[in-house]
Design a protein around this ligand. Structure first.
Ligand code: SF4
Length: 305
C-alpha cells in the first residue's frame, strides 16, 4: 500500500521517524516533494483567506499526492505532552482536508493524545487503519523503533548549543514548518550561514533550557510548540548563548501573534537584538534577504562600537 505523507506541518518535526518507517517493511511511504509555487497556489485556492499559511501549504501538498497514493497519513493531533496541546488546526486537519479535497482517497487519521493510556492509543491507531490494518503488532513495533530513532535525533540536535563557536550565532525561532521549509522562508538558514553566522533553532535547545526560559512566564503556555519558542527565546535572553534572535511567525496564526507579543515585550530593553519576520503568501525573498543582511551587519557593528 502506498501511503502519502505531505511534506508540511509536523513532517519537519518527525522527519527522522518517518524516514525510518519508510525503510521498514510496513508500507510504501511517499512523501510529497518540496514546497513550490504550484503547491502554494493550489493550497491558497483550497482554503479560506483566514487560514494560516502553513495549513494552506499543507493543502497544496495533499493535492499533489492525490492520485499517486492509496491513502493519506494525516493524524488528528490533540496533545503530544501531558496537559499541553497543539493548536486546534491540528485537531481539525483531517476534516479540513476532506471538506476541501473530497473523500475519494482514504485518510489514515489516528487521534493522538498522550493524555490517553498506551492501550487506548494503540486502539485508536488500529481503528484509524480500518480494513487496512493487516499486521498491527508489526506496525506497533516499527513505530516503537521509529520513536527511538526520533529521540536519538532530538538528543543529537539538542547538543549543538554546547559546542564552542567562533562565529556569530543567531537563534532562528519559530515552528519547524516555517523554519525548515526553504520555499516559505526563502532559505533563511542558508542565508545566515552564507553571511558567516551560525543559525540555531528551537531543536538545538535542551528541554531544560526551554523549561528554564518558560519558567519566567507568569502563566504557563498550554500550546506545546508556542511554549518551546517562548522558552528558547527567554533562555537566550538570560543565558546569552546567542548574539541575536530572529523570530519567524506565520500570518494568520493566533498562537504566533501571542508569542510574538510576549517575546517582543521581554526583548524591548534587552541587550540581545530581536528581529521579527512574518511569513505570508506575499512575502518577498529580496525583502527578507535585505532585512537579514541588515540584522547581521548590525550584529557586526556592535562589536566595533
Ligand atoms: S500554530 Fe499557527 S501556523 Fe501552526 S497550524 Fe496553528 S494556526 Fe497554523
Amino acid at each position: 500500500m502506498r501511503i502519502g505523507v505531505p511534506r508540511a506541518l509536523l513532517y519537519y518535526n518527525y522527519r527522522p521517524a518517518l524516514e525510518y518507517l519508510a525503510g521498514e517493511d510496513v508500507a510504501e511511504i511517499i512523501v510529497s516533494s518540496a514546497t513550490n509555487k504550484l503547491k502554494l497556489e493550489q493550497g491558497l485556492a483550497l482554503c479560506d483567506d483566514e487560514v494560516c499559511l502553513p495549513v494552506k501549504v499543507l493543502m497544496g501538498h495533499v493535492q499533489s499526492l492525490l492520485g499517486d497514493v492509496d491513502a493519506l497519513f494525516l493524524p488528528r493531533i490533540i496533545s503530544l505532552e501531558k496537559k499541553r496541546y497543539l493548536c486546534p488546526k491540528f485537531l481539525g486537519l483531517p476534516d479540513m482536508v476532506r471538506a476541501g479535497l473530497g473523500r475519494k482517497t482514504p485518510l489514515i487519521s489516528p487521534a493522538i493524545n498522550v493524555g490517553w493510556s498506551r492501550l487506548r492509543q494503540l486502539r485508536e491507531g488500529i481503528k484509524s487503519l480500518g480494513s487496512m490494518s493487516g499486521q498491527p503488532l508489526k506496525l506497533w513495533r516499527a513505530l516503537d523503533r521509529a520513536a527511538r530513532v526520533q529521540e536519538q535525533h532530538r538528543r543529537q540536535l539538542a547538543a549543538a548549543l554546547d559546542m564552542p563557536v567562533r562565529r556569530k550565532r543567531v537563534a532562528v525561532l519559530g515552528h519547524a514548518y516555517n523554519i525548515f521549509d526553504e520555499y516559505l522562508n526563502f532559505g533563511i538558514l542558508n542565508k545566515l550561514s552564507a553571511l558567516g553566522v551560525e543559525p540555531v533553532t528551537v531543536e538545538n535547545f535542551r528541554r531544560e533550557h526551554i523549561n528554564q526560559g518558560a519558567s519566567g512566564l507568569s502563566k504557563d503556555l498550554f500550546w506545546s510548540y508556542g511554549r518551546e519558542v517562548v522558552g528558547a527565546a527567554l533562555y537566550c535572553l538570560h543565558s546569552k548563548v546567542v548574539d541575536g534572535v530572529i523570530l519567524v511567525a506565520s500570518f494568520g496564526c493566533g498562537p504566533d501573534s501571542l508569542i510574538t507579543e510576549i517575546i517582543g515585550r521581554r526583548f524591548s530593553a534587552a541587550a540581545i537584538p530581536l528581529m521579527s519576520i512574518i511569513l505570508d503568501e506575499h512575502s518577498s525573498g529580496i525583502g527578507l534577504a535585505t532585512r537579514v543582511e541588515a540584522f547581521v551587519d548590525m550584529l557586526n557593528w556592535r562589536d566595533m562600537a
